[in-house]
Design a protein around this ligand. Structure first.
Ligand SMILES: [Zn+2]
Length: 421
């Protein structure tokens, strides 16, 4: 294996390993290939930070600081990616890892091998320059984030807990450079919290009958009423106070009229699956649907369950919480009046070319729900420009990152480590 000579070449090489995770089970072989390749790309990091392999393919690196009284820094990324099918309209094969016209193409370019390679690249440069930290630095590189992190992030968190490690803060994915839909302004958002996650199953029962003599109420009709009821009774606007600077003089109702503005300011509930009826000439006697909720900090799984239950009981629908591995309460909100926040913000400013940097929340979920047990606070940021698809870009076809944005990621991580450790 020849070590590519540029940072973008080394990231592109990582994209060549199809490190796909799946709830149905997945091969660790591509991960081990990625590790062997990474060892050649970033030799000082592997020699000096000597990673432990956890859960089969997660890597936990440690660079011991000189002052044990200082709380460590935890940088996190994940190696696994969501599946990609070349026949699904990709312009380039998703696992080729191609650099062309200033852009690095491939599955994982944004989510999240730019973090994996970017952190290793930043540390390699610092170590080559003789950097010796006062504060211990941990790198946690998960291998199953896309399926909940039960082996990787959870395993590494437990190991740090066993060693009684409490980090000053963790830095994860979950903040990007967005174009705010209510103002059109480009803004870099540092995620100071992430939303909770819960799915509810909603059941309808009605009389079965013959379609030739229809009754006014069917299970499908009740579910339809439920869909309308959920859509027309949005949760109250409740943005965390620390993100209000994002909305400036904009009217909050106008902000929430945009999909992204709504996701940032309230708990969202949306019907994703509806099932009812079996046969063309039989009235459906039962049916069910799934309501996926993303819970704003300040609310909880229990408060959302109560609101949905009360609202849908009026239509005769029965709500049940689905207990799966994605279920999570909203995260704590990390402080913005702290040295840790200022380190992240100032490093972000340095690479964001004058784009304002403000606190925001991440509307989806990351591995940091595990890491938050070993870190006083969690911040989420990557200096990457998302287009109007927003975070939808991360799992879409033609995933890619510009070389310029990737260099910003490397510079951002380097500055955070240099300033804080
Ligand atoms: Zn990710």
């Amino acid at each position: 294996m020849i070590r590519p000579s540029t940072p973008e070449g080394r990231l592109a090489g990582c994209l060549g390993f199809p490190t796909v995770s799946s709830r149905e089970g997945f091969s660790l072989e591509p991960f081990h290939g990625l590790h062997k390749y990474s060892r050649e790309c970033w030799p000082a990091v592997f020699a000096r930070m000597n990673p432990l392999t956890i859960g089969g393919a997660s890597l936990l690196f440690e660079l011991r600081g000189s002052d044990p009284a200082l709380e460590p820094l935890l940088l996190t990324a994940h190696q696994d990616v969501v599946p990609a099918d070349a026949d699904d309209g990709w312009d380039h094969p998703p696992f080729l890892g191609l650099v062309e016209n200033g852009v690095i193409h491939g599955r994982g370019a944004l989510d999240f091998k730019c973090g994996y390679a970017g952190i290793l690249e930043a540390c390699e440069t610092l170590l080559q320059q003789g950097f010796r930290p006062d504060r211990t630095l941990y790198l946690a590189m998960g291998h199953d984030e896309e399926i909940g992190g039960a082996a990787g992030a959870e395993g590494m968190t437990r190991l740090l807990e066993d060693r009684a490690v409490m980090c000053a803060f963790a830095l994860d994915e979950g903040g990007y450079i967005h174009t705010l839909p209510w103002s059109g302004d480009r803004t870099a958002l540092i995620g100071i919290a992430e939303k909770g996650y819960a799915t509810f199953s909603v059941r309808a029962e009605a009389e079965q009958g013959h379609a030739s003599v229809p009754t006014p109420v069917t299970a499908a009709g009740l579910l339809a009423e439920g869909v309308i009821c959920i859509g027309s009774n949005p949760f109250p606007l409740r943005p965390p106070p620390d993100i209000m600077a994002l909305f400036e003089s904009a009217d909050l109702e106008e902000v929430a009229a945009t999909s992204y503005g709504s996701a940032l300011t309230r708990t969202t509930a949306t019907v994703t699956v509806v099932r009812s009826g079996e046969k063309e000439n039989v009235l459906p006697a039962s049916g069910s649907m799934l309501v996926n909720c993303r819970i704003i900090p300040g609310e909880s799984i229990a408060s959302v369950e109560k609101r949905l239950t009360d609202m849908l009981a009026r239509i005769g629908l029965v709500v049940t919480l689905q207990r799966n591995e994605s279920l999570s309460e909203p995260s704590r909100v990390a402080p913005v009046e702290s040295d840790e926040y200022r380190v992240v913000r100032d490093a972000a400013r340095l690479v964001c070319d004058g784009i304002p940097v403000l606190p925001g929340i991440f509307v989806a979920a990351t591995d940091s729900r595990h890491y938050s047990r070993v870190a006083r606070s969690v911040y989420r940021f990557l200096p990457v420009r998302l287009d109007n698809r927003g975070v939808g870009m991360l799992h879409s076809r033609n995933e890619a990152i510009t070389i310029a944005d990737y260099h910003s990621c490397v510079g951002f991580y380097r500055e955070v480590v240099r300033r804080f450790c």
